[in-house]
Write a protein that binds this ligand. Structure first.
Ligand code: HEC
Length: 103
């Protein structure tokens, strides 16, 4: 993903990502617990999910609607953009807000 064309894909993807940001967050970290984080997710996985939403293989609540009219190249571009976001994962702390053992 270091070639000039990969950089172009990401740059075009960043523009498309504006359409995603109100739900998935500008940086791919979703503000709502109802929406998955997609920052730093693998490119191949992201692209497959988007294709599956578009072709109906994956049922979604809203994603079919969102992706209507996007070309395969646009799906690649936006996948490249979100995959390129670097995330870091903090060490687990028990007893916090997200500690499932407390639910
Ligand atoms: C109106 C809100 C909304 C918008 C806009 C939106 N999404 Fe989503 N997205 C969701 C929700 C909610 C889900 C959870 C699954 C479902 O309901 O389909 C989801 C699921 C996904 C998934 C699957 C994640 C996984 O872990 O499998 C991907 C990938 C994704 N969205 C990418 C995008 C991209 C790229 C855009 C912009 C082109 C976008 N979404 C725009 C709400 C949105």
């Amino acid at each position: 993903m270091c070639s000039a064309s990969a950089a172009q894909d990401r740059a075009r993807g960043a523009v498309i990502s504006v359409e995603c940001s109100m739900c998935h967050g500008a940086d791919g970290i979703a503000p709502s617990e109802e929406v998955p984080n997609i920052a730093g997710q693998h490119y191949a996985y992201l692209l497959r999910q988007l294709e599956n939403y578009q072709n109906g293989r994956r049922a979604g609540t809203i994603m079919q609607e969102v992706l209507r009219g996007l070309s395969r190249q646009q799906l690649k571009d936006v996948s490249a953009y979100f995959a390129s976001i670097r995330i870091s994962v903090a060490k687990v702390q028990t007893g916090g807000r997200d500690d499932v053992s407390r639910r």
